[in-house]
Design a protein around this ligand. Structure first.
Ligand code: AMP
Length: 182
């Protein structure tokens, strides 16, 4: 399958729900992609293709859809998996950071010992919009000395500028498909 066939396949595998969770938002639902064995496998392969030959120590996934994709990516690149969670969910000593949402702030955290200083980490989530979530995750991992080598997403909403925000932090960004608007 060539690249444009893959994009068409991916496009068909992602379900769009208009006005969810509120009016004006086009919700990009990846549960249909996850349920499609061929599209799921190809998406995982493609997300980390540029780093296929390099040494990756950890893959960090953002709650909750980033756990599913990140777990599969970690297996693919023979790395450990690290969950980045909403505050209050992790049982051991954590590091925490506030990050910006569309309206207001929230906090995310990870176990302080989940990444050893200098370890090479790939960040994974399903979608990048404003980039506030991924920016928080990159800064959180850098607090404990991670070398964030890439951030990978299935979907980019380029009109919201998130991928550029992450690139400005010095982290290469890989996305597989773009949708205009919100
Ligand atoms: P942001 O911090 O603005 O980049 O938002 C990214 C996070 O919000 C990701 O974890 C996405 O799963 C979720 N998200 C934002 N916009 C959408 C959308 N239109 N459809 C599905 N998920 C979204």
């Amino acid at each position: 399958m060539n690249t444009s066939d893959f994009e068409a396949d991916l496009n068909a595998a992602i379900r769009t729900i208009p006005d969810y969770p509120k009016p004006g938002i086009m919700f990009r639902d990846i549960t249909t992609l996850l349920g499609n064995a061929r599209a799921f496998r190809r998406a995982i392969d493609e997300m980390v293709q540029p780093w296929a030959g390099s040494k990756i120590d950890k893959v960090a996934g953002i709650e909750a859809r980033g756990f599913i994709l990140g777990g599969a990516v970690a297996h693919q690149v023979s790395a450990g998996f690290v969950p980045i969670r909403k505050k209050g969910k992790l049982p051991h000593t954590t590091v925490r950071i506030a990050y910006s949402l569309e309206y207001g702030l929230d906090e995310m955290e990870m176990h302080a010992d989940a990444i050893t200083p200098g370890e090479r980490v790939i960040l994974v989530d399903d979608l990048i919009a404003t980039g506030g979530t991924a920016e928080g995750a990159v800064k959180l991992m850098r607090q404990i000395g991670a070398d964030v080598v890439a951030a990978c997403f299935v979907i980019d909403l380029p009109d919201l500028g998130g991928a550029d925000k992450i690139r400005a932090l010095g982290v290469p960004v890989r996305t597989l498909i773009s949708f205009g608007g919100h």
